[in-house]
Design a protein around this ligand. Sequence first.
Ligand code: FES
Length: 115
Amino acid sequence: MDAIDPTPMLAPSSQLRGPGSVVPIIHDGEHWLLVRGDDGVARMVINRCPHRQMPLAEEPCSMGAELRCPWHFWTFELDGSLREAVTIDGPVAHPDRYALATREVAEHNGAIWAV
Ligand code: FES
């Protein structure tokens, strides 16, 4: 009997074409974004803005050099760290608290895999 690889494939690599490409997925009951970084590395960040919990993207697309929430325009680096967040009171304090949660992925054999 062959061993079963319990690591699920998340998406074909070809779906993340270039830096800023994103693919929304559901994994382990949570909404995530697969993101191709500036360095060419595939990452997975939570697809839920820390401001009001809205999705950052609902379809595969290219978001360019940053992940911009379409609701109130908080922006995140492609690795999920907060780039800029402004409220009516001004820039948010403690921006480290608002980074997007991440999960590790691996890319090989033409696909992106959960690890
Ligand atoms: S919900 Fe994302 S910036 Fe407000």
